[in-house]
Ligand binder design. Structure first.
Ligand code: C2E
Ligand code: CA
Ligand code: CA
Ligand code: CA
Length: 279
């Protein structure tokens, strides 16, 4: 029956309708998913390149759908954003990441940090700082152990408004990081006005640093830029020893990527937290 269904997508409009249908289906299933507690967080270790040790994790959401199996965020975050459901989902992510990290700290990793991704809708809400404060208080996690990741495009719509929102978060004591740095149309002139702590170099540049001259130049420039602005810098998507060597050479501060570990369920983290990068 599945084969026949596929042959029926002869017309362009059918394909569009099919996509619209899938979006509607995912949209309504997402609503139920919150109540049924079908979401789960996986955590990807972030390592300090000087010590080679795990200093924190990035929380990444997955959806355990009863029929579709494990669904990755690229398939549903956009829909959640459009429908506004991202606000409730984002709140669940924040609370869960804080709670689970607090628990891991108690297992002998007192300084463990967690980074959480924020969507545009969440960032635009006036009660954002309140929600984060509540998640910290309810979990008992220290504010300095929570890092918030936001993309540059999210801040460029309304620069002054964004600076105000970021200030409110900084006042709570959380760390701020710019995600996917280099892919948006960030203005370097604004960068120094944002009260941020860290830049994350997008995976697309990191993946080609060994073979591509331009990518290597971009990565190297971002690291220098960050350091000149007294920011830390994280490379994401590090998959090979060669990439790691390049990043260490340029004094990049932190790395995250399959070379050390994929994102894993919270239960698997304790086994990883004691591990080290080769010197
Ligand atoms: P992102 O924030 O840029 O997260 C990094 C993505 O790269 C993750 O994909 C991660 O699994 C993947 N990755 C990490 N290391 C490597 C590597 O070495 N090689 C390769 N090929 N990939 C690597 P994931 O988990 O599928 O998440 C995709 C995107 O979904 C995230 O991109 C983020 O924008 C969004 N997302 C995930 N969780 C949340 C969430 O809780 N809230 C919001 N608003 N967005 C989220
Ligand atoms: Ca991220
Ligand atoms: Ca990223
Ligand atoms: Ca990305």
């Amino acid at each position: 029956a599945k084969e026949r269904g596929r042959n029926n997508y002869q017309f362009y409009t059918d394909a569009i309708n099919q996509r619209a249908l899938e979006r509607m289906q995912i949209g309504s299933a997402l609503r139920a998913a919150i109540e049924r507690e079908e979401f789960v967080l996986h955590y990807q270790p972030q390592l300090d390149l000087d010590s080679g040790r795990v200093i924190g994790t990035e929380a990444l959401i997955r959806w355990r759908h009863p029929e579709m199996g494990l669904v990755y965020p690229d398939r549903f975050i956009g829909i959640a954003e459009e429908t506004g459901l991202i606000v409730a989902i984002g709140d669940w992510v924040l609370r869960t990441a804080c709670q689970e990290t607090k628990r891991l700290q108690g297992l002998g990793h007192p300084d463990l940090r967690v980074a959480v991704n924020l969507s545009a809708r969440q960032f635009a809400r006036s009660d954002l700082a309140h929600g984060i404060e509540a998640a910290l208080q309810d979990s008992g996690l220290e504010p300095c152990c929570l890092e918030i990741e936001i993309t540059e495009s999210l801040m460029m719509h309304d620069v002054d408004g964004a600076i105000g929102s970021l200030r409110a978060l900084k006042d709570l004591g959380v760390r701020l990081s710019i995600d996917d740095f280099g892919t948006g149309y960030s203005s370097l002139a604004y960068l120094k006005r944002f009260p941020i702590d860290n830049l994350k170099i997008d995976r697309s540049f990191v993946s080609d640093i060994v073979s591509g001259h331009e990518e290597a130049a971009i990565v190297s420039s971002i690291i220098s830029l960050a350091h000149n602005l007294r920011l830390q810098v994280t490379a994401e998507g590090v998959e090979t020893e060669e990439q790691l060597a390049y990043l260490r050479n340029r004094r990049c501060n932190k790395m995250q990527g399959y070379l050390f570990s994929k994102p894993v369920p919270a239960e698997m983290l304790p086994a990883l937290l004691g591990a080290c990068l080769p010197a």
